[in-house]
Ligand binder design. Structure first.
Ligand SMILES: Cc1cc2nc3c(=O)[nH]c(=O)nc-3n(C[C@H](O)[C@H](O)[C@H](O)COP(=O)(O)OP(=O)(O)OC[C@H]3O[C@@H](n4cnc5c(N)ncnc54)[C@H](O)[C@@H]3O)c2cc1C
Length: 300
């Protein structure tokens, strides 16, 4: 396959030494060696195939589930948010959304068209790509329950269309073909009532506003709920609400959230995560597994 440099020119934006704190909802994270914002899917395919075979590649959406360490990321970050923006109806029950579209936008798009079952996406502050990678869910809804197919891109820049049967899908975990990333999802929804859908979205958002610390940078639930229990309950019962390391604190409003109260480092957050895990294990015998993904290098 021809490298991009000897075929069409790349049309996206390549940023060098880009601070990841600009691209994560916790507002922490050191620099990425380089970060690429593609012009569109064709441009991205060319860019990916032009990378050296051994280059590490990290895809991100809105960074709302990511803890990037203070030493940053070696290799190349590909950012879909603000780039892969296509959103359209394929037929009366199927919506195609590219990986960089905000999940909330998909929820509104579906509700506008009287399509139901996508309302839960309204409160998830990430992209479609992130929702697919995480099997994001809320209020009983789950991303892969409404996926009919996905379009992917592999390391050689080749595109594929896959079905849910190609993936192992569970609670906040998805595994499938290696070295392939999501370009778009085809969501299959049910015919419903537009007004009811919009009202449900408003109700779900109001519930979030009342129970989550929306004023301070955070990454949503830090830990997965263990079987038959809630991480927040265990953390609160361990007396950890309000516990801080540096400027990283366990939220007073929702114990499964860690908030950056101003100037926290990734190391502060990671240490607080370890402290919560050790305390809950010690007091309740339960191992809390992180839902947030921790990536990158420690600061020297
Ligand atoms: C206030 C708040 C509330 C939240 N509430 C919820 C909730 O109710 N339910 C829930 O499930 N989550 C929730 N989250 C977590 C987060 O929003 C979701 O996990 C979201 O789906 C992540 O999307 P993102 O675009 O930000 O992904 P990122 O954080 O950028 O990435 C997350 C993971 O997805 C991978 N990824 C991203 N894009 C792609 C792609 N195109 N192809 C392959 N892999 C990709 C990344 O490599 C990374 O491993 C919340 C977060 C916040 C801050």
């Amino acid at each position: 396959m021809m490298p991009a440099s000897s075929s069409l020119p790349l049309r996206g934006r390549l940023l060098k030494q880009e601070p990841m704190s600009r691209h994560t909802s916790w507002r922490v994270g050191g620099p990425a060696d380089q970060l690429y914002i593609p012009a569109d899917a064709d441009d991205l395919a060319m860019f990916v195939q032009s990378l050296p075979a051994k280059e590490a590649v990290h895809w991100i959406g809105l960074g709302s589930n990511l803890l990037v360490r203070d030493g940053g990321l070696r290799g190349t970050v590909i950012m879909t948010s603000g780039a892969l923006n296509g959103l359209s109806a394929l037929n009366e029950s199927t919506v195609r959304a590219e990986a960089g579209v905000a999940s909330a936008k998909v929820a509104r798009f579906c509700a506008e068209r009287g399509l139901t079952s996508g309302e839960f996406l309204a409160g998830i502050p990430g992209t479609v790509g992130g929702a697919l990678a995480m099997n994001a869910g809320a209020f009983g809804g789950e991303t892969w329950k409404i996926v009919a197919a996905v379009e992917t891109l592999d390391r050689q820049g080749k595109r594929h269309t896959r079905t849910p049967a190609d993936y192992k899908i569970s609670y906040r975990a998805v595994s499938g073909p290696q070295n392939e990333w999501f370009l778009a999802a085809h969501f299959r929804l049910h015919a419903g009532d537009s007004t009811q859908g919009k009202t449900l979205i408003k109700t779900l958002l109001a519930k979030r506003g009342a129970t989550q610390p929306t004023q301070l940078p955070n990454a949503g639930s830090v830990f997965k709920n263990p079987p038959n229990d809630h991480a927040a309950r265990l953390i609160e019962a361990s007396g950890l609400k309000g516990t801080c390391i540096g400027a990283a604190c366990v939220s007073e409003l929702h114990a499964n959230f860690i908030v950056n109260t101003g100037g926290a480092t990734a190391a502060n957050i990671e240490r607080l995560i370890a402290k919560i895990q050790a305390t809950v294990k010690n007091l309740h015998g339960v191992t809390l597994e992180t839902e947030v993904r921790v990536i990158g290098e420690n600061d020297e």
